[in-house]
Write a protein that binds this ligand. Structure first.
Ligand code: ADP
Ligand code: MG
Length: 699
């Protein structure tokens, strides 16, 4: 029986339609104004909205409400309160006020703040974000909120994201006015994140401490078959996986998340889901929800959904492609080349702004995707390199070149350039891009930032992108603001041309996986920040502090707090991984190897007892081979243990992160090499946990 999709779509969302039905006209209008223009919401309006929201929520089975927020953990947080309010006669009524809708006061002391929030001031505030719709999940009304400290500093990812969207809107509108688009009142950034994930069997998962504690396998010999046959990508869906995806879509649709595309990915047991794009703020909330629902639906199907960036060594990890563009309130995509020379000019101004932004803040874009998990992917020839560059494609590069050199732009034998009033060449949209190695690719009418890790919030990369582009537009405005109307076309041409010449080093259309590119990028002076500890200190660089404070995205205190949190988080992840590996080797692996060696010894002895004419050579050879490595494994694990102790005694946060990266991480790799070698000789029945073959090929 097919469910009627239009009926269930958004059925759990307090969306436009519900608002229009439930709210008095004037209240609805006031709320729309707040959503569209960010104007202040009066308490009487909030009260009316709260009543309607509660009524709708209760009708749909909700008993509780929660302020839902995104602390710096990268996850979401919630605290549930019920609507009930006791009355004098021992009954209860369901109540929800405007004040409760607008503001919450969760205890903030257990969320990371990077030293912002003194422990004596534990209070934090959550504030309703009316631009992201409320929804019902598991009997609770979820209200998307921003989260800040008692003194007003942002303790979350939503606040700076909203600030960055405002900054970009403000600067874009100023530039658009100069180029004759006086009707534009606001510009929103849009995002469509493609999400990759793995599905493995729940029973397998439960047997692996590494997956339980760290989300990735710390040991595991490669299976005989990996992804070399390319037979999984877009392959037909196995029934169990298809059933999962079907349920997942339905759950997402109920929450108004426009899940659109689903398919198998390159690696075995790997899949992808992409929604239709939305305003950045909503897309970020939806991606957080999507990750959560992916996990809960998996449980129902006896799967576990792995969102770690690198769950399995030797096969592709998971990322997220952040499709990004800018769109006016009049419905124009500013990264669409358009059909006329004037539209082309507008496109090229915004394209130039993105090029400038990416070149000048490449270090921040790299930082925005840095995590212990994502370090496994970037630069490993399965995800973009750690070097940030832009792919424009052949045609657009030809357009850019023609501007740079003032030459006619020709497409085939057709001269496409129209000099006319404008000195900008005319061209039409072309979507030939399929360069999968570029971290930042133009794909016809949007950019695709491909370096994101699968588990991270997409808020941070978009905060950086929005802010860096806002800054580029702000500098364009300064250059153009005093130009008279009759000189504007020429000034625009000069501006675009000079921007291209200055920043073309960041444009690269070739294969990003080659060593030549690494050398070439170094010659061009581009950053190649390979690991998280290497990139994090860039946050405190004067140019970056200036960027964020100028546009009101972060205060200096907020920047420092984020630096602390990121650094601490990296070390914590590595610490958990190291301890888990140690435990796994001592509690699971060494005993298993010991048992296998015992069985070999027993076999040798019993054969010898029967007759010394029976050969024990193969058992002895195996025993020798394993026991030599077994000694090595014990030695290396001893070293890991000692290094964990050293790390635990290190005070300096940056020194600690570097120590984890340079020493502990290497220790773990060395252990894995030896253990995986041994594992390849151990029969499955001796191993206390499932092998790669079992996990990846038996779903
Ligand atoms: P592919 O990258 O596989 O070619 P599409 O180009 O159709 O797929 O889109 C990939 C993602 O980009 C989808 O989530 C889509 O909604 C999103 N997208 C399309 N246009 C925009 C836009 N203007 N802004 C942001 N995301 C967009
Ligand atoms: Mg894509």
């Amino acid at each position: 029986m097919a469910t009627k999709i239009p009926e269930i779509y958004g059925s759990m969302v307090f969306n436009e339609k519900v608002m229009r039905d439930k709210l008095p006209k004037d209240i609805y209008k006031a709320l729309r104004k707040t959503i569209e223009k960010g104007t202040h919401l009066e308490l009487d309006v909030a009260n009316a909205v709260a009543i309607a929201m509660k009524e709708w929520a209760v009708e749909n089975g909700a008993t509780h409400y929660t302020h839902w927020f995104q602390p710096l953990t990268g996850f979401t947080a919630e605290k549930h309160d019920s609507f009930i309010s006791p009355t004098d006669d021992g009954q209860v009524i369901m109540e929800f006020s405007g004040k409760e809708l607008v503001k919450g006061e969760p205890d903030a002391s257990s969320f990371p703040s990077g030293g912002i929030r003194a422990t004596f001031e534990a209070r934090g505030y959550t504030a309703w974000d009316p631009s992201s719709p409320a929804f019902i999940k598991d009997g609770t009304l979820y209200i998307p909120t921003a989260f800040c400290s008692y003194t007003g500093e942002a303790l979350d990812k939503k606040t700076p994201l909203l600030r960055s969207m405002d900054a970009l809107s403000k600067e874009a509108v100023k530039v658009l006015k100069l180029i004759g688009k006086a009707d534009v009142e606001s510009v929103a950034t849009t995002v469509g994140p493609e999400q990759e994930y793995f599905l493995i069997d729940k029973e397998d998962y439960k047997k692996r401490r590494d997956l339980i504690f760290t989300g990735r396998t710390l040991l595991g010999a490669p299976s005989p078959k990996g992804q070399e046959m390319d037979d999984h990508y877009f392959g037909s869906l196995r029934p169990r996986v298809a059933a999962y995806m079907h349920d997942l879509d339905e759950e997402l649709w109920k929450l108004g998340i426009p899940a659109k595309t689903k398919h198998n990915e390159v690696a075995p047991a790997q899949h992808e889901l992409a929604p239709v794009f939305d305003t950045t703020n909503v897309a970020v909330d939806h991606n957080q929800l999507t990750m959560e629902i992916m996990k809960t639906v998996a449980q129902k199907h006896n799967f576990v959904c792995l969102l770690h960036e690198k769950p399995f060594a030797g096969i592709n990890g998971s990322g997220k492609h952040n499709n990004w563009s800018m769109s006016t309130n009049t419905g124009v995509n500013l990264l669409d080349p358009g059909k006329t020379p004037a539209e082309n000019t507008q496109f090229l101004v915004f394209l130039a702004a993105v090029i400038k932004a990416v070149d000048e803040y490449a270090d921040m874009l790299r930082l925005s995707v840095a995590s212990a998990g994502n370090d496994h992917r970037l630069g490993a020839n399965e995800a973009p390199p750690a070097i940030i560059s832009i792919f424009l494609g052949d045609e657009l590069t030809a357009v850019i070149d023609s501007i740079k050199t003032d030459k006619f732009f020709e497409k085939g034998d057709k001269v496409v350039m129209e000099m006319g009033a404008s000195v900008i060449p005319h061209f039409t949209r072309d979507t030939t891009d399929r360069n999968r190695t570029s971290p930042f690719a133009f794909t016809g009418n949007k950019f695709e930032f491909r370096s994101l890790g699968s588990s991270a919030s997409v808020a941070t990369p978009n905060i950086i992108l929005n802010t860096a582009v806002a800054e580029a537009l702000s500098s364009f405005y300064e250059t153009l603001k005093d130009v008279s109307e009759d000189k504007m076309d020429e000034a625009l041409h000069t501006l675009i041309k000079e921007t291209i010449i200055k920043h073309e080093r960041v444009i690269f259309n070739g294969n990003g996986y080659t060593d030549e590119w690494v050398k070439e990028a170094e010659k061009r002076g581009l950053y190649n920040l390979k690991s998280t500890p290497e990139v994090l200190p860039r946050l405190l660089d004067a140019k970056n502090i200036e960027l964020f404070t100028k546009h009101g995205i972060y205060t200096e205190t907020e920047i420092k707090s984020r630096y602390e949190v990121l650094l601490e988080n990296y070390s914590k992840v590595l610490h958990i991984e190291a301890c888990t590996l140690k435990e796994m080797v001592y509690h699971d692996f060494i005993p298993a190897v010991g048992k296998f060696m015992d069985s070999l010894t027993a076999s040798i002895l019993s054969k010898k007892k029967v007759s010394d004419k029976i050969s024990t050579a193969s058992e002895e050879a195996m025993l020798e081979k394993i026991s030599a490595k077994y000694e090595k494994l014990a030695e290396l694990t001893g070293k890991l243990e000692a290094d964990i102790a050293k790390a635990e005694a290190t005070e300096d946060e940056l020194g600690l992160a570097n120590f984890y990266h340079e020493v502990v991480f290497e220790d773990m790799g060395a252990i894995r090499e030896v253990a995986d070698y041994i594992e390849s000789y151990i029969p499955d029945e001796f191993l206390p946990y499932p092998t790669y073959s079992k996990m990846l090929f038996y779903v």
